[in-house]
Design a protein around this ligand. Sequence first.
Ligand SMILES: *Cc1c(COP(=O)(O)O)cnc(C)c1O
Length: 382
Amino acid sequence: MKLATKVIHSGLEIDPSTGAIITPIYQTSTYVQKKPGDNLGYEYSRTKNPTRTALEKSIAQIEDGKYGICYSSGMGAADAIIKLLKPGDEVIANKDIYGGTYRMFEQVFKNFGITFTYADLTNSKNISKIISNQTKIIWIESPSNPLMDIINIEEINNVAKQQKNILVVVDNTFATPILQKPLNFGADIVLHSATKYIGGHSDLIMGALITNNPKLYEKLFLITKSCGAVPGPMDCFLALRGIKTLYIRVMKHCENARKIYRFLYNCNKVHTIYWPGEIQHKNHEIAKKQMLDFGGMMSFTLKKDNINDAIKLISSTKLFKLAESLGGVESLISHPASMTHASIPRTEREKNNILESLIRISIGIEDADDLIQDLQQAFSNI
Ligand SMILES: *Cc1c(COP(=O)(O)O)cnc(C)c1O
């Protein structure tokens, strides 16, 4: 089945009692049993809820996976993965992972005796040098935030599989299951902040994990029902509704991105553009190989690397709303140095190319001409 069909029909089960085409919002905490243990497959909604089950099936299918588990947030999903580990175990992550993931690693799980090592994984040779017997997880984000680095998932996976018991986790939030399917490159677990493209309408917080490995699924399911970071049925309904348009939304995000890239490329105030679709992008060839298209996330710096100009620019766009988050139908603009990466000292930030004038945009699905006009008028202020 082609993807555009899959997003609409995956997880779709006609309600047996009414014929309703859309899975109802099962707003219930518990389920009546005939005798203890004699039930219709549901006992208590922390463990299982039919609206959530439909969403989990849908997300698994669009990722080409067998098993899906949904969480009350992307961080709830990430938390469940680290709970597979024990003190002394090590996680190797690419150096520019999502700030919230970094904070959870450093400020929560370090206290539990787990070690976190960060490396430039765009070169898979770097990883063979640092893998040890303690390494249990390699954590990849591709494209990364905010510089859209691309990591060769298959190569990292080949290095990991030469050792025993190393799981490869891919945070696939930026790429979406439409553009990239890490399980098909051998990854063990795919993570989504479904808050972003999967939900797609900036109206919910949600996470998901997908795997093909039944043992891993059982362990994650146990962690999830025991620790309880599960989403409510209303949010599951919204995510299911979002998925139906995921394919056409992502196609439009990509199309708009191409047009905005061309505008920025010709804009004499722009210095560097970070977008995997750019031919000069250092990992363009890998992006072309492992992604269907290049996505709607883009960053750029100004010729005059000046924080005041950057702030003026992002404060004067009208359609591009100044806000954190990404992946919604509406375009957003943000300034990593003063927002998501403000807690990192400037010298450290700049070592990683997060300059004072770096601006990140999440390109929505509005008409590209309107978005370009909006940027044009904002550039005229600096
Ligand atoms: C937003 C985000 C997360 C965290 O997800 P929440 O739903 O906000 O908890 C994790 N990874 C990436 C890449 C993200 O963009």
